[in-house]
Design a protein around this ligand. Structure first.
Ligand code: MF3
Ligand code: CO
Length: 257
């Protein structure tokens, strides 16, 4: 069963998501040539604290593994869950995925985007543009009465037409008091699959797309997921509220703060 949030819970989700988006926005401004990803993560920690929020990733546990960083920073062939590293200095032509998942007063906001560092190849630019557009294709299906599969199928159709790879090992998810709630939201699959959406559901929709094969391998750190063939990968994510009408993106930054 996909949880439906009360009006009070939705107010809290809005606040958590606004902070997540504002921190993401500011981190993307901080990133650039010559910046290392450890410093970027530390800036993320500082920004989260300045809003009275905490990282939902920090010390997140899967089995015996504990995530050591405050944000997920994934460069080039890294798909998701990269860990900031002093030695990883961003270079002209890199693409960087910044994923910010915050907890604020008991609620989670989750969002990510991939940005170009300096001037990137036309192929990488195409990958970024297509992945962001695929996210919006998915978001547009987050409507009352649609099944979860409508979102999955819209992303898949858009990406397949562009001959890019869809990562299957990681999926979008419901989000609320926990980072990962029902339902799972794959970026592929038939339209009629999954539960029907209802007003008050909050979903993290997040296509992860590759220029080559979407096959995944894990780094020795146990967290960083990379493309098996070394091809570049992009990831865009928003937290979205299902309403009576248009889908509402909750992860919109507050640029006045
Ligand atoms: N936004 C990421 C996700 O939904 C956050 C992962 S935190 C980590 O998977 F600890 F697992 F890295
Ligand atoms: Co997520």
């Amino acid at each position: 069963m996909i949880p439906v949030k009360t009006a009070a819970e939705i107010r809290k989700m809005r606040e958590a998501c606004r902070i997540a988006a504002t921190v993401l926005h500011k981190l993307c401004e901080f990133a650039g040539q010559g910046v290392n990803t450890y410093d970027l993560d530390q800036e993320g920690k500082r920004l989260l604290q300045s809003y009275g929020a905490e990282s939902a990733c920090f010390q997140y546990q899967v089995g015996s593994l504990i995530y050591p960083a405050h944000t997920c920073l994934s460069v080039n062939e890294e798909i998701v869950h990269g860990i900031g590293d002093l030695r990883r200095v961003l270079q002209d032509g890199d693409i960087l995925t910044v994923d910010v998942c915050v907890r604020y007063e008991g609620f989670i906001g989750d969002n990510a985007r991939t940005i170009a560092i300096g001037e990137v190849s036309p192929e990488k630019a195409f990958l970024l543009e297509a992945t962001e557009k695929a996210l919006y294709k998915g978001i547009d299906k987050a409507r009352t009465g649609n099944r979860v599969g409508e979102i999955s199928n819209a992303v898949e159709k858009f990406i397949c037409a562009r001959d890019l790879g869809i990562v299957r090992d990681f999926v979008g998810h419901g989000v609320g008091r926990s980072m990962h709630e029902a339902p799972q939201i794959p970026n592929f699959g038939p339209r009629k699959r999954g539960e029907k959406l209802r007003p008050g559901m909050t979903l993290a929709i997040e296509p992860m797309i590759t220029l080559g094969s979407p096959r995944v391998k894990m780094a020795d750190d146990g967290w960083t997921a990379l493309t098996a063939d070394g091809s570049p990968s992009a990831h865009f994510e928003h937290t979205v509220l299902v309403t009576d009408g248009e889908p509402e993106i909750l992860t919109i930054p507050d640029l006045s703060s």
